[in-house]
Structures are given as structure tokens and as C-alpha cells.
Ligand binder design. Structure first.
Ligand code: CA
Length: 362
């Protein structure tokens, strides 16, 4: 039966159907305006772009009834204080990297990435299917927030170095902009880690106040111009194999949100998550080509350096686990999932990727 015939038979025209449905929709779609504060400046169109995607989709899916008013880092609170602002209800929600709050409790690192953690695929699989979300949200509960997936950068680069780093000894005394957990691992190997906001890295590297700096990958790094002041570009960023960005929401605000809006918000987060990874996959290849054409020298960290970093990481995992049961619980879950995941990935995914990378198409 054609739609118009059906409407004729039942006696409900298009206008009648809309009238009948309206009360139910109105009840479940109140007008709500939330403030979202992000950790990013608007100039980072990959990370900030994910925030915009999320806000746009929430508005469109609710006929503009539910709106996220978005603020860049520094507009309401500094980029590294998003958690605090959401926790105390200054804003309803945020978009951030959980590992920025590593200083409060190292367990926060799992919401983004930990050294020698999984790649993007396995990290989000752990979060979505491996119990990661439940474990993290149980932990976040004591900070009065909850989380959902809302972005990923993919595996990051190891950063920019003014001089070549060949041996583990070359790391000793090196002043490097590298934060949180990775900074502590590097410290074990003699590096002097420095915490610097994005905008302060270039002048420090130029003046030689620091010898090295890590940021994200070719596209974001090129924007900040590090290639002009440090010629050696190392990979991989073993501390960020597949870092997740999360939407975090004040728990009371989340609980008071209509179920439909909760679903819309989560779906918009999923959408930002896919959008961001696709954006990086589109933008990084041409940026890397451009950097190499401009004289950047690409190096992989040597196997002894990688092994020394892994060893130092395991020591810190053991030390932290001994005193922090939350940390241990989440680490055991993630490590189990990652280890199983790579047993499978080394068969089909790695076999295929390795062949394809050596045999470019087109
Ligand atoms: Ca980084």
C-alpha cells in the first residue's frame, strides 16, 4: 500500500499525524542549553573540530532544542582545568584528554593513553567492548563526572629533537617537553621532563631552553612550526599509541538529562570520534610529505631506546599498582585486552598493513 493510500484509509493526513505526535515529542524534548568547555584552542581544527561536530549534531538531532554552547581552552577556564570546571558544575560538560589530570590520580591516564598502551582500534575496543568505559566511569564517579568517547588522534609521533638521539645515553640530561606519565618514564632514563602549554613550546625550542618536544603528529606539529627549529623528527610516540578524547559530563547534569538527549549526546560523541580519526588520516600524510620535502629528518627510536623505555614503564606500572588499587584494576583490564588484541592483530591486520605499506597502490 502506498503511504498516501494508507493515510486515506486511516483518515490521518500529514497534518493530523504531526498534531497527534507533538505532545509526546514536546515532553521528551525540553529546551536545554549547556556550556561545553574544551581543552583546545580553536586553531587546532582537528581537536576543536571534533567539538564543533558534536555540538552541531546535537542541535540538529533535537531540532535545536538541546544546544551545546562551545568554549575553547581559556575562554571560561584554562585548557588543563576542564575536569575541575565540570566536576564543580561551573559548566555542564567538557571535551578533554583525561591524562591531563594524571597529577590528581594516575588512573586518569587510562581515559586517554598510557605508555605502551594499545593503538586506536584496540583502545576504543577496550573502552566500548572490553569493560573500559564501566571501569573508568566507576572511577570518574568519585569526581562527580561521567564520560563517553569523543575523539582519537591515532598513534602520535615521538617528537622533535634538536640533535640526533641514537643511544639510551643520549637521553641523559635532555630537556624535553613531555608531560604526565610519559614524563615520569623519561625521567627514569635521565630526561628532564618539562610541562609546557602548546603555545610556549616553539619559543623554548628555538632558544634552546629545551632540547626536544613532543606534540601530536605531522599536521598539528607543522602548524606550530617545530620543523623550523628542530630538524630531527622521531617516531613512534610510544606514550600515545591511540589516545582517546572524552566527552565528560557533570554526573548530576547527566542524570537529569532526558534519556533521548543522553542518547543523542553519546551518538554525537561517536560521530566526533570517527570524524576526528578520519580527519587525521586525511591530513597527516600530505603534511608529512611537506615536512620531508622541507628538510625534516625522519628517524625511528632505536630498538635499545624502545626497550629501555618499555622497561622503565613496567617499573612505574609495578610501583604505582602497589599503592593504587584503582590503577591496578584498570591496568590489568587494559593489558589483558591489549595483549589478546595484538595476538590477533599480528596475523591479519599487521600482515596486510605491512604488505600494503611496502607495495603502494596508485
Ligand atoms: Ca602528544
Amino acid at each position: 500500500m502506498k503511504r498516501r493510500d494508507f493515510l486515506k484509509v486511516t483518515g490521518i493526513g500529514a497534518a493530523g499525524a504531526a498534531t497527534l505526535a507533538a505532545p509526546a515529542i514536546a515532553q521528551s524534548m525540553p529546551e536545554i542549553k549547556w556550556r561545553l568547555t574544551a581543552s583546545w584552542p580553536k586553531s587546532l581544527d582537528t581537536l576543536w573540530g571534533g567539538v564543533e561536530v558534536m555540538a552541531k549534531q546535537v542541535a540538529e538531532a533535537t531540532d535545536n532544542k538541546f544546544q551545546l554552547q562551545t568554549f575553547a581552552g581559556g575562554e571560561i577556564v584554562p585548557g588543563l582545568q576542564v575536569l575541575d570546571a565540570v566536576q564543580n558544575g561551573t559548566v555542564e560538560m567538557g571535551h578533554t584528554a583525561s591524562y591531563y589530570y594524571f597529577g590528581k590520580d594516575p588512573t586518569f591516564a587510562f581515559g586517554t593513553a598510557v605508555p605502551f598502551g594499545p593503538n586506536q582500534r584496540l583502545n576504543q575496543a577496550w573502552y566500548m567492548q572490553g569493560g573500559g568505559r564501566e571501569l573508568l566511569n566507576e572511577f570518574y564517579k568519585s569526581y562527580n563526572v561521567t564520560s563517553f568517547l569523543a575523539g582519537n588522534t591515532g598513534c602520535q609521533m615521538g617528537g622533535w629533537f634538536r640533535k640526533e638521539i641514537n643511544t639510551v645515553d643520549d637521553l641523559k640530561g635532555l630537556k624535553m617537553r613531555i608531560g604526565g606519565f610519559a614524563g615520569r618514564v623519561m625521567q627514569k632514563l635521565g630526561v628532564v621532563p618539562q610541562q609546557l602549554a602548546g603555545g610556549d613550546i616553539y619559543p623554548a625550542l628555538e632558544k634552546g631552553t629545551i632540547d626536544a618536544a613532543e606534540w601530536v603528529g605531522p599536521y598539528d606539529d607543522e602548524k606550530l612550526g617545530f620543523n623550523k627549529v628542530a630538524p630531527h623528527y622521531y617516531y613512534p610516540g610510544w606514550w600515545e599509541g591511540g589516545p582517546m578524547l572524552l566527552g565528560i559530563v557533570n554526573l548530576d547534569k547527566w542524570n537529569s538529562l532526558p534519556k533521548y538527549y543522553q542518547t543523542v549526546l553519546e551518538l554525537a560523541g561517536q560521530s566526533a570520534n570517527s570524524w576526528m580519526m578520519a580527519k587525521y588520516d586525511q591530513l597527516n600524510p600530505p603534511s608529512l610529505k611537506k615536512l620531508l620535502a622541507g628538510g625534516t629528518k625522519l628517524h625511528s627510536f632505536s630498538p635499545p631506546i624502545m626497550q629501555a623505555c618499555l622497561k622503565a614503564t613496567k617499573e612505574i606500572y609495578a610501583e604505582t599498582s602497589a599503592t593504587n588499587p584503582n590503577f591496578k584494576k584498570v591496568l590489568d583490564s587494559l593489558n589483558g585486552f591489549t595483549s589478546n588484541g595484538y595476538q590477533w592483530f599480528q596475523v591479519a591486520e599487521l600482515g596486510y598493513d605491512s604488505f600494503m605499506a611496502r607495495n603502494p597502490q596508485g
